[in-house]
Design a protein around this ligand. Sequence first.
Ligand SMILES: [Zn+2]
Ligand SMILES: [Zn+2]
Length: 152
Amino acid sequence: MARNRQPAPTPLNEVALIGRLTQQRTIVVEALIQANGFVSAQALHGQLAADSSPVGLSTVYRTLTALADAGRADLVRDASGERLFRYRPGPDHRHYLICTECGLSRPVDSGPVEDWADNIAQASGFANVRHTVELAGVCPDCGRRHAAAEPL
Ligand SMILES: [Zn+2]
Ligand SMILES: [Zn+2]
């Protein structure tokens, strides 16, 4: 399926956004951008080690968390409660529908959620109101696989 090409993200800008510029942080940000989907700190850490650019797990975790805090990564939890991160190319955050079986993630239309959150923020007088909305389920492919594996 053809995808709209985003302008190439610039990891150095992203790293500058979250504070001190270090080589290790740059490596983590680049790896997250390349992951092109939701990944856990553990998985990214393992991938970096396999690529012989070892970065400590705590550095990976701190960098991902800082990116999420800076609004440049989306954060969800998988079925076991592990946090998964995904690079967010634009300033607008997005919501995703995630398959709990294979990790497939796709952006979903969240207009009503944004309107609702904006209204609450305005009505309450709260500043910097943020929200987290997670949608998880079983994707069509995994659903079919299950159906095929089921004994009749
Ligand atoms: Zn799936
Ligand atoms: Zn939202």
